[in-house]
Design a protein around this ligand. Sequence first.
Ligand code: GCU
Length: 603
Amino acid sequence: MVAMCRRYALYVLSLAFPFFAVAAAQQTTLLVDVDHRPQVSLDGPWHFIADPYRDGWGGNPDHASLRGYAQNAHYVPGGPLVQYDFSRSPTLDVPGDWNSQKDSLFYYEGLLWYQRDFTWHSKPHTHLFLHFGAVNYAASIFVNDVHVCDHEGGFTPFDCDISSVVKDGDNFIVAAVDDTRAVDRVPTIKTDWWNYGGITRPVSLVEVPDAYIDDYSLQLRRGTSDQLDGYVHVVGADAGTRVALRIPELHIEQSAVTDTNGRAAFSFTAPGLELWSPEHPRLYKIDLQAGPDRLSDDIGFRTIEVQGDQILLNGKPIFLRGVSFHDEAPTRAGRAWSDQDAQTLLGWAHELDCNFVRMAHYPHTENEYRLADKLGIMVWSEVPVYWNIDWTDPHTLAVAKQQLSEMIRRDHNHAAVVLWSLSNETPESPARDAFLHQLAVEARSEDPTRLITSAIVTHLHGTTAALDDPLGNDLDVLGYNEYLGWYQGSPSDIPNYTWQNPMGKPVIVSEFGAGAKAGLHGPDTQMFTEEYQDRVFRQQFLMLQKIPFLRGMTPWVLMDFRSPMRQLPGIQDDFNRKGLVSDKGEKKKAFFTLQDYYAHMQQ
Ligand code: GCU
């Protein structure tokens, strides 16, 4: 990991620093449950400079003014040559993508520099981390003109230890953010969603003691209803450091000691434990302590497993009544990040009587997972290995593994998460199978308590849907996307299709749907009317309810979302219109049809 980060840091700098040698940045870490730690928020207006010619990475080091934007120089009339000055530059709100904040940046894709000042007073025997909820796509972070860390991947958090560079009093941060799409990135060149660039999730300062808890896990053992197994990992602790774990409501107090790797293992019985489920989303407060460090969390306990072609929650077969959605902000559009965004999006899913959501096509903002824990909505969480990734590039595989590992590490204590998805609609090839096999191995080794899936394109042979993609050999649950009645055939044909399941595994239809502009009405044979979309849903139900091994469905898609691929003026206007709800919050006819279908499924 360190070697990869160092090589990667130099790789980024070599691209942009032709004349400027800098020390490689430190690697980032990821503090689990950071939102339950005391933090100093750095959200708000940050100055920015768009830099399409990448000038900010520095020209001739002898000309200080060209040394690079990280220097945070100021123009002084009559002073030396300075050709940029953050303090005189406009601002962007952080968190938030730049595309939806400034008309001048709506289509901007490239390098953009952020800057803000902050004041700090360090305490002895502490570490200070700079926490980023997410930055799309590649970030290089400087504090007081020192390059502290780099991160690649637009949807997972990272933490930079800035203890050695922060000063007592005034400090400044400069962040170079580059959202240029590239063949070797994850996702790659083409996606059916807007490439929202920027510091898209909250930023904060997090102070921890010299020895601090950076990761923990506590899970219910499969096949039991009260056996809890887990670990607490402490950085900077000597072997033999005592770690306490408490579940006050269950009157449980456990303790264990760290091994030479800083890991304390726990395994104990929890008499009277109430299991988490959609009907009873029971969460328990847990308290962890290692020396002076304390961390608390609210977690649920449940098991998820497969048995033949069934999915079992807490040992009982369950059907996943779901819906897919992008992390798109309702009404204002742009990248979602706030509690309000989470409440609106998951509120609509709850209104549909969903017990499940597919958070497509990348890890969503963490507050959605926390809310799903509370609402009892199970989650399919996915890395953006989307469409035609560069399967043979080692860097691409390393970045995909890193994003998968970061997603699992951030969210493995959310009971709501039941499925890790490795990919979406990747074209079949031996190179793809080999690439995704490695991700499956990585996911299972990081989290053996959850199920692995992917969304796969359904191959149609006449009116037979064959679920025979070899990728399925690596999966516990098969996700299949199909657009019968929209991209394939007419709505009247849909009920004539039959499905074959040669692998005998549980199947989720992870996408089906049709486009409709909210308020556009007409015959149900006219595409983009609400009536057409509604008919496709009704016809889909006639087919889906005949599939004996169907264990879930996540129609595409909860809400209209922005995409550069959706250009039809007056109908799409840069939005994919397959939403059951428009980007302005207008519920379409099909919303109520799905709601009614799920409601009757209960009876
Ligand atoms: C694909 C893809 C989605 C896309 C959808 C569509 O299946 O997975 O990301 O938005 O189809 O065409 O609307």
